[in-house]
Design a protein around this ligand. Sequence first.
Ligand code: CDP
Ligand code: CDP
Length: 223
Amino acid sequence: MNIAIDGPAGAGKSTVAQKVAGQLEYVYIDTGAMYRALAWAVHHHQLPINDESTVSELLQKNKIQLVRENGQQHVYWNEIDVTSWIRSTEVSQYASIVASYGSVREQMLVLQRRLATQGNVVMDGRDIGTHVLPDADVKIFLTASSKERAERRWKELLAKGTQTDLAELEKEIEERDRRDMQREVAPLRQAEDAVLVDTTGITIDQVVDRILQICERTGESTH
Ligand code: CDP
Ligand code: CDP
């Protein structure tokens, strides 16, 4: 079975997807980390973010890999482990800009589909149910109010020792969501056959249970 989880920033996709994958002993694939790795490279090399062909060529000439190390997913840009650098505000904004380029998405699509060929994957992102894995057995669209999503990110950053401005963070998240929903190629939207799960006020474990139930029902109906 393949499971697709999409939704806006801070909806809980990666936390929940990892737990679901752990429970089912499936492989977790974080497609956002791939866009973030490319965004990191553009930022690191100070390349023009607004030039699609430069960004696309950069992806073509380099290698992004997702590697599992000590139970955690790490993302490599060639031989460099960039995992701990890709969550900054700058890289987040850059990620949604590189993700708006059709020539970048085309390449990512090939890489992501290749990662899912072995089956039994939980893949999270923005266009998994609509474009990357349109035949996924289970499709979930996770969401939560933008206020709660910003608060979650704020708490997450605080736990890592970074104090941020909550209102600023909410604005940044809304800006990125808007860009993701309004782009021409594979915008963020709920697939017609996806189950909407609103996680506002719901704990991670409750969301995981809900998704596992949906998977179980799907598994039963396909046997
Ligand atoms: O991947 P995505 O941006 O959708 O969200 P995430 O990184 O998995 O979750 C953002 C933060 O919200 C994390 O710190 C989670 O622990 C937290 N979270 C939560 O408090 N309640 C949920 N139901 C889901 C996530
Ligand atoms: O964790 P969070 O939800 O904040 O972001 P992410 O899943 O790591 O994705 C970062 C950015 O990559 C998003 O804002 C999207 O612009 C882009 N992305 C995308 O366009 N398509 C995907 N399948 C995954 C991410």
